[in-house]
Design a protein around this ligand. Sequence first.
Ligand SMILES: CC(C)(COP(=O)(O)OP(=O)(O)OC[C@H]1O[C@@H](n2cnc3c(N)ncnc32)[C@H](O)[C@@H]1OP(=O)(O)O)[C@@H](O)C(=O)NCCC(=O)NCCS
Length: 333
Amino acid sequence: MSNEAIAIRPMAADDYEGVAAILRVVLRESVKGEDVQEEDAKLPKENAFKYDNQGRLCGYGRLRLVAANPDGDVVGYGLAWRAPWTAPGELNHTLAVLPQARGQGCGGALYAQLEGWASEHKAHRLNYVVREDDPAALSFAGRQGFEIDRHMHESVLQLAGDSGSAGALEPETAAQAPEWTIVPYAKLPEDSREASVYGVYRDTQLDIPGFSGDYLPLSEWRIHVLGMAGSAPEHLFVALVGDIPVGVAHVLIEPESSELYCEFTGVLRTYRGRGIATALKRHCIRHARACGVRTLRTHNDSHNAPMLAINRDRLGFKAMPGEYRMCKLLPRD
Ligand SMILES: CC(C)(COP(=O)(O)OP(=O)(O)OC[C@H]1O[C@@H](n2cnc3c(N)ncnc32)[C@H](O)[C@@H]1OP(=O)(O)O)[C@@H](O)C(=O)NCCC(=O)NCCS
C-alpha cells in the first residue's frame, strides 16, 4: 500500500466499528463501536468556536478523520477537539494507525490535516498523549515538533487471592472513630447530591498537577462524569463530615470485566492530610473485592506526591508504563 493509495476523509457514521478497533489495538482502550457512538451522541453536532479578547481560540469544536486503504478498511484515526472548558487556545489530538498500516505515510497524512485545521482556527497549543511503551509514537510526535510536558504512569493493584492486598485493606489502628463516614452517591439525598458532589469535583480537580482550563459546568459533569462508561451511582463514593461532602472517589466497572479503574479521588483542601483519601481508596478496594474484581488500575501524575504516597506507599499499587502528555506550540500572528 503506498501513500497515494490511502484516502484521508472525514469520519462517517459507519466508521464507528473501525475506529473502535483502532482504539482497542493501538491505545488499548476497551471500547466497542457502540461505545464510541454513544460518546459521540453526547456531543454537539456543530462546531462553535469563539475567540476571547486576547484572540485565543475558545468554545467547542472538533475534527475527526479516518484513513482508509484501497479496500475501504479504516486503518487510521485522527481527532482534534476542544470543549468550552479546555484552556483557551488549546486543542487536544488523538492519532492512531493500525500496526499493519504503519510506515507508509498514513499517520503523517492524518497529522498534516489535523495541524492544518488547528492553524486555520488559530489554535496555539496542541496536546497529544503518547504511550510510554510505544517508541514509534514517541518518535513520530518528536518529529512533528511535540515535546514532553508531563508523565503519567499507570498504577496497578492486584487483588488475586485472599491475601493479595491484605495490607491495602487494613486501616492503621485508629485511637478514635474517624470524623468522616463514606457512603455511595446513590445513598445521598437526591435533591442536593448533584450540586454538592459536583462542588467537590470542581474544587479538587483544579488542584490536579498540570490541570489547565476551567472545570466543566454541572450540566456537562452530569453527562461526562456521572455518565462515563462504567460509572454508576453505587460506584461513586463520597466522604461526609457531618452531612457535608468533603471527598470523592469514583471507580468505573464495565459489566463482566475483572478490572476496575479508579477514575478520580479528591478531598477538599481544608480536609486534606487527615487520611480521608486513603480511607476512600480502601473503601474502593473493598468494593472491588465485593464486585469480584481482580485488578485495580489508575493513572498517576509523576508530580502528584500526595496521590503517590497513598497509592504506591500505603496501598501497594505498582507502577507500570504509562503515558506522556506532549505538546506543540503553534506560531501566533
Ligand atoms: C490527592 C488528595 C486526594 C489527597 O487527599 P488527603 O485526604 O489529603 O489524603 P490522605 O490524608 O489520605 O493522605 C495524604 C498522604 O499524602 C502525603 N503527602 C501530602 N503532601 C505530600 C507531599 N507534598 N509530598 C509527599 N507526600 C505528601 C501525606 O503525608 C499523606 O501520607 P501519610 O498519611 O502516609 O503521611 C488531595 O490532595 C486532592 O484532592 N488533590 C487534588 C485532586 C487530585 O490530584 N487527585 C488525584 C488525581 S485522581
